[in-house]
Design a protein around this ligand. Structure first.
Ligand code: M6R
Length: 366
């Protein structure tokens, strides 16, 4: 049942190239310049007239929501807010009739997310669900939605659900950006082509497995860890840190790289591993200077870089090379080595990777 892998988590990490394809199959036709999902097409006017998009979710799904915020605002210029479902529901939130609420949930059973969409519906908002489990409560409670088609995710630590959620949300943003004219025709077509070949790049990123294992061996006893990223990769830093905490019980924090100097830099010494997401596209020079700041305080730098990078390589203690892609799609690639790194660290520490202590696969209590 684990398909020859030692753990479900590893199997699910390796399934990503094929499940991302399942996610866009029948929806994305790069050569024809088409991206469509029934749930979006049936409600296209609502989407195009939306004054605001509110995203509600928990945990890893909330991180996918943050990535989507960057993508939606860039492609569609619709203002997006991302909220923890648990905060949203208890704070008398402002919800308008022409708001679209997108609920993201792998299981479709998370109690807080469910309560958030009920509240949104009571206030007249249109609710769109992005769920993995077909027929789940949140998918049934939503007005419309799009499934991620990632297949069953057994490992408590979410992996393939995250990348397929981002895939669905990217497709929605592309569809709306094209219709609104906020995304140029050239960019639209380029992104479609790029998204179509993303599974191959994810497969290539999986080839860093051995490298991640070596790095894991060097840092498995660290008591703390920092993850830094900027722009589209800031949420990936949060997700990398969550993954490490959940399965290895190492305390980890994710930060936008530029925030480091506002506090966390005080933590840096020669014991502190800092994982920096530093692809060539997007804020590269800024991230290089962040790396210099860490280096001058003797932090241990593990950098995720674009293949062929030389500048970061000179500064970092370890680099993990990933294939190049556009900034907006990079989270689908940069997240892969971070999943592998957490996985190997947890295995080396003898942790129960698939069933970490104190955690349940779906949180149906409030
Ligand atoms: O099923 P959901 O996507 O609604 O679950 C949300 C969170 O409980 C979930 O992402 C949790 O944070 C995972 N353990 C993360 O790996």
């Amino acid at each position: 049942e684990k398909g020859g892998y030692d753990h479900f988590m590893l199997k699910e990490i390796y399934e990503q190239p094929s499940v991302i394809k399942d996610t866009y199959r029948g929806r994305l036709h790069a050569n024809e310049g088409i991206v469509q999902m029934a749930g979006v097409e049936d409600n296209i006017e609502k989407f195009l007239n939306a004054k605001r998009i509110l995203i509600v979710a928990c945990g890893t799904s909330w991180h996918a929501g943050l990535v989507a915020e960057y993508i939606f605002e860039e492609f569609t210029r619709i203002p997006v807010e991302v909220e923890y479902a648990s905060e949203f529901r208890y704070r008398n939130p402002i919800i308008n009739k022409d708001d679209i609420v997108i609920a993201i949930s792998q299981s479709g059973e998370t109690a807080d997310t469910m309560a958030a969409i009920k509240l949104a519906k009571e206030n007249g908002a249109f609710v769109f669900g992005v769920c993995n489990v077909v027929g789940s409560s949140i998918s049934r409670e939503s007005h419309a939605g799009a499934y991620t088609h990632a297949g069953p995710e057994i490992g408590v630590a979410s992996t393939k659900a995250f990348t397929t959620q981002i895939t669905v949300l990217t497709m929605i943003a592309l569809r709306l950006g094209k219709a609104k004219g906020t995304l140029s025709n050239t960019d639209f077509h380029t992104f479609l082509q790029e998204l179509e070949i993303i599974p191959e790049k994810v497969a290539e990123a999986l080839e860093t497995n051995e490298r991640s294992k070596e790095i894991a061996a060097a840092f498995k006893d660290a008591p703390n860890c920092l993850y830094l990223g900027r722009g589209y990769n800031f949420p990936v830093a949060l997700e990398g840190a969550l993954k490490l905490k959940e399965i290895s019980y190492i305390h980890a924090e994710g930060y936008p790289a530029a925030e480091m100097k506002h506090g966390p830099i005080a933590l840096i010494d020669e014991q502190m591993p800092v994982i920096v997401i530093a692809p060539k596209q997007g804020h590269y020079d800024k991230i290089v200077s962040n790396i210099q700041e860490i280096k001058s305080r003797s932090g241990k730098i593990i950098a995720v870089v674009t293949k062929g990078d030389t500048q970061v390589r000179e500064l970092a203690d370890y680099v993990i090379e990933i294939p190049e892609t556009s900034d907006a799609l990079s989270p689908l690639i940069t997240t892969i080595p971070l999943q592998l790194l957490s996985y190997h660290i947890a295995v080396m520490r003898g942790c129960n990777v698939d069933q970490p202590r104190n955690l349940a696969k779906s949180v149906t209590v409030e």
